[in-house]
Design a protein around this ligand. Structure first.
Ligand SMILES: Cc1cc2nc3c(=O)[nH]c(=O)nc-3n(C[C@H](O)[C@H](O)[C@H](O)COP(=O)(O)OP(=O)(O)OC[C@H]3O[C@@H](n4cnc5c(N)ncnc54)[C@H](O)[C@@H]3O)c2cc1C
Length: 403
């Protein structure tokens, strides 16, 4: 039998995340939307609390750093583990504010990359760092195989040269996970990721972007000029394995895409919750016991949006659950990201429409959530790219066969 209820063991974690979202993120949400590029200093205390919970073991997967596949110990028991805990708590925090969640110290997408692919020694060395992730370059976004940033081995270091754009937390994070190629002629297999500490000579933040949404989060352009990185900071294997191709680097996405889907789910849930209240105040009752077509147009639209939300939520849980249970989940991670990214934008904008001028004005956060959610359908692979990946997997075609 399929049980679609949230696991009981995560009730306390989700409850805590909801309290934090409501009492600590929501109250400063508008402030940092307006004060773009100003660091939300209130997050320092919150990050310390999350560290404390994680250290005490009281909070399994309280943030983005929980995403790691456990070793196969032969135990075939079904697990609700850290991946599931992470997506549930991230969704709850994004019910509070996506931009602030993305600004949370030590919870960057680079942290997820480290958690996903670092070996035990690296995990220990990079424990407690705050890492952004730098893939995108001026010449490409979606097609990561086009990476031009180079990494050349020189003794016990790699020397990085290139430019990275749109790096989330690129200014505030203390480390950046940089994707670079060891040899452009060897194609995708030669792309590796490197953990670079801020302050390393040759690494410079050039500028910050002004954005439509998630304005609490900084987005930076970073230049690398003869930047020397210790060889042991290369994540995963230094071997260029043509057979494995891009698989090593791409494995990160199997863990991070469900997290981004969870962000979209959380933000859309915030819009739906507020819209239900506002509709009720306007005399529109949403009745879950009657067919949508027998209700007012507003209630019927609301019910359709909730059904879409539910589908996105369940796909997100499924992708994370599969990671917890060591099942290959590339297809499901992309399905979750595609569905949640699209319905996240549709729902938040739909809520603006349903609530009329209240939806569009700054008296409520609905207009902000509509702006914030758009990026979740873009970064970590756009809607179109997710659909392409799903199509390739379903049809059994390679990236060369279906572009
Ligand atoms: C606020 C923000 C934060 C970001 N944070 C990060 C970060 O932390 N780290 C990082 O590395 N990057 C980050 N990015 C970059 C982001 O991942 C890229 O913007 C994204 O991958 C898309 O790349 P692009 O903008 O170059 O668009 P392009 O790749 O040029 O695509 C343009 C359009 O064409 C579509 N398209 C492309 N190829 C195909 C195809 N084969 N078939 C059909 N349609 C296609 C795309 O879906 C898109 O709609 C961020 C971007 C933003 C805006």
């Amino acid at each position: 039998m399929i049980n679609l209820e949230d696991p009981k063991k995560f009730k306390a974690l989700v409850g805590q995340a909801n309290q934090v979202a409501m009492n600590m993120l929501r109250p400063i949400s508008r402030k940092y939307d307006l004060a773009e590029h100003e660091y939300p200093k209130e997050l320092d205390m919150l990050a310390a609390m999350i560290d404390g919970l994680s250290e005490s073991g009281a909070s399994e997967g309280a943030g983005a750093t929980g995403v790691r596949r456990e070793e196969d110990d032969g135990d075939t028991t079904v697990k609700n583990g850290t991946n599931l805990a992470s997506v549930m708590s991230v969704a709850e925090m994004c019910w509070g504010d996506v931009g602030l969640l993305l600004s949370m110290p030590r919870q960057g997408l680079g942290n997820s990359a480290i958690a996903s692919v670092a070996d035990d020694d690296q995990l220990k060395r990079f424990e407690g760092v705050w890492a952004g992730m730098a893939i995108t370059e001026p010449e490409f976004g979606s097609d990561s195989a086009q990476i031009r940033t180079t990494a050349v081995k020189d003794g016990d270091h790699y020397v990085l040269n290139g430019e990275k754009i749109f790096v989330t937390s690129g200014e505030r994070a203390d480390h950046i996970v940089v994707w670079a190629t060891l040899d452009k002629d060897l194609g995708r297999a030669a792309i590796k990721s490197f953990v670079v500490a801020k302050g390393t000579p040759g690494m410079e933040v050039e500028r910050l972007e002004h954005k439509l949404g998630i304005r609490a989060s900084d987005t930076a352009t970073i230049r690398f000029e003869n930047c020397r990185v210790p060889a042991e900071n290369l994540l995963g294997s230094p071997e260029v394995d043509a057979k494995q191709g891009f698989a090593g680097a791409m494995a990160t996405f199997d863990n991070t895409r469900p997290l981004v889907a969870a962000m979209a789910v959380g933000c859309a849930r915030a819009s739906l919750d507020l819209t239900r209240d506002l509709l009720q105040q306007a005399g529109v009752e949403v009745d879950y016991d009657r067919p949508a077509q027998n209700q007012s147009a507003a209630a019927a639209r609301f019910l359709r949006m909730e059904a879409d939300w539910e589908a996105a939520y369940l796909l997100t849980l499924q992708a994370a659950w599969m990671a917890d249970n060591r099942q290959p989940n590339s297809l499901e991670a992309s399905m979750a990201k595609a569905k949640a990214g699209r319905v996240g934008s549709d729902i938040t904008l739909g809520c603006v429409e349903l609530c009329g001028y209240v939806g569009y004005s700054e008296t409520e956060l609905l207009e902000k959530w509509a702006r914030d959610s758009k990026i979740l359908d873009i970064f970590e692979g756009t809607q179109q790219i997710q659909q392409l990946i799903v199509a390739r997997r379903v049809l059994g075609l390679s990236s060369a066969e279906l572009q």
